[in-house]
Design a protein around this ligand. Sequence first.
Ligand code: ZN
Length: 217
Amino acid sequence: MITWYGHACFKVDNVLIDPFIPNPLCNLPYDEVMDGVDVIAITHGHADHLGNAEELSKTYGVPVVANHEISVYLSDRGVEAEGMNIGGTIKINGAKLTMVKAEHSSDISPTISGGVASGFIINDRVYHAGDTGLFGDMELIGEIYAPQVALLPIGGRYTMGIDEALVAIELIYPEIVIPMHYNTFPLIEVDVMEFVKKAEALGVEVVVPNIGEPLDL
Ligand code: ZN
């Protein structure tokens, strides 16, 4: 099951990724978002991704998986956190997470480094690209992990825009694409239907989920 909570926040099976809740697209109650969640995964240190991981982890007793630097930052704040790094895989609470490259920054604050930004392969099936620009090694991600579903940023400015995401699709070649990281703020407003039309022309299925509605994928 895949549920979108706006921006880059998704629940994939029992993993909640980048819990920026509430955000301008989603103010669902924590109990609903955390229902069935056994792991929280963080792609990078920016506030719209690290989000409320600390509070949610402590309140619901769910561990956080993140890169080494973010895990140390969270551990120092009393959060149960598991560190990893790009290329590695962790199996935790019934979930399997492989951390993959992203082209982005990751500072938690101007004085606290959040290591290097990443994406995740979740349960050998779903690729959450995190915040990223286009990079050629997406072809390797497609080749090695062959994700059925790819969650790709399309909002531009801080990540890939529509045109770059279309190239990413050709590199990864998933069955299903779900756009993310758009229309949360005015700076990342795009016409999602333009993306849907152009991506479907490449032969992939594009799903634009309703906020909080679980998709049987
Ligand atoms: Zn970011």
